[in-house]
Design a protein around this ligand. Structure first.
Ligand SMILES: *Cc1c(COP(=O)(O)O)cnc(C)c1O
Length: 352
């Protein structure tokens, strides 16, 4: 251990992101990026923002971006918070809202960044097991809790809860903060944003990384009661007042304004998911019902670790999570039609 590390640095066990390797002709289906680029209008806006004005600090409140997001979601600008990727927004929410005297609850199988933030901020947690079908059962959250975080659709399963189930969860927990992480909601899930009006304890977090093809820009946002948003702003302004640069604000704003491109590309990814599901089912995989831009699939005869390694040898990258409940599965991002064809051909060869 390096002698100059603080106690904080020593005690961390950081999140491990999916690889970004440099392999020629790779089929990259491991980090849930979009196979389609950002909106051409977003690219134009970013090119225009790459100008002399970059010598000036950006708007610390990202006012225009928050206004277009508010209009898009039917809320007020003071109900919108933006950050450098939704990872940063969620991290601020852990500090500002989810750090309570009683434990934070989340599913046993979910986004593996949640325990990392809990550790960073010293938050006590309890995991709530998914049921046998890998679904979240909201009645299992009827226990003593300081806060709840649920990804919906969940990751890495892709399984979604209907809005009515989130409403039931909120009815059970009117007095604690509830964060719904909607990183994948644009691929057919039901957003909890309409519930924000009646629930001052609900924070909904979304990202431009997956459905808007802007993972490289780093823009995420939260929608909630203005009181919750104020807590996020207090943390942000105690950490980094300018999380989004001028180029990011311009690109994200133009992306939200280009609704036609957004709907078209999301629709193509949903169609690609159905095709991938059919192809995997034909090869004998059990595929969980996905509302995300990835599928979670297990083969009855071959383990996930083995299949992921064999695919990697054929330059097809997928994600495997080597924990007891997830070990049989592969998490496979929906790419282009050509990506799916190469994935299926590689699996056919491996299983033969
Ligand atoms: C991808 C992802 C995020 C983070 O996305 P950003 O790129 O930081 O906006 C958050 N939550 C879940 C469940 C994700 O899969």
């Amino acid at each position: 251990m390096n002698p100059f590390w603080s106690q904080t640095a020593r005690q961390l066990s950081p999140y491990v992101p999916g690889e970004q390797p440099r392999i020629a002709d790779l089929v990259k289906l491991n980090t849930n990026e979009s196979p389609f680029g950002p909106s051409p209008r977003a690219l134009e806006a970013m090119q225009a923002a790459a100008a002399d004005t970059l010598r000036l600090y950006p708007d610390p409140e990202a006012t225009e971006l928050r206004e277009v997001l508010a209009a898009h979601h039917g809320v007020k600008p003071e109900q919108v918070f933006v950050g450098n990727g939704s990872d940063e927004v969620i991290a601020h929410a852990f500090a500002a809202l989810l750090n309570q005297p009683r434990p934070l609850l989340y599913p046993d199988v979910t986004y593996s960044f949640y325990p990392v933030w809990a550790q960073l901020f010293g938050i006590a947690c309890e995991t709530v097991p998914l049921d046998g079908d890998m679904h979240v059962r909201v009645e299992d959250y009827r226990r003593e809790a300081g806060a709840i975080v649920i990804a919906n659709p969940n990751a890495p399963t892709g399984v979604a809860l209907p809005r009515a189930e989130i409403a039931r969860l909120l009815a059970d927990h009117p007095d604690i903060p509830v964060l719904i992480d909607e990183a994948y909601v644009d691929f057919g899930g039901e957003s909890a944003v309409p519930l924000v009006a009646d629930h001052p304890n609900l924070l909904v977090v979304q990202t431009m990384s997956k459905s808007r093809g802007l993972a490289g820009l780093r823009v995420g946002y939260a929608i909630g009661d203005a009181g919750l948003i104020e807590a996020l702003r207090r943390v942000k302004d105690s950490f980094n007042s300018y999380p989004l640069g001028r180029i990011a604000q311009a690109g994200a704003t133009a992306s939200v304004r280009d609704d036609a491109y957004f709907r078209e590309t999301c629709g193509r990814i949903v169609a690609g998911r159905e095709a991938m599901t059919r192809g995997l089912s034909r090869l004998g995989f059990a595929v969980l019902p996905s509302h995300a831009n990835f599928v979670f699939a297990a083969h009855p005869a071959r383990g996930g670790l083995e299949l992921a390694a064999a695919l990697r040898e054929r330059a097809v990258l997928v994600r495997h999570f080597n924990r007891p409940r997830t070990a049989p599965y592969l998490r496979i991002t929906v790419g282009t039609e050509d990506d799916t064809a190469r994935l299926i051909a590689a699996l056919e060869a491996i299983l033969a």
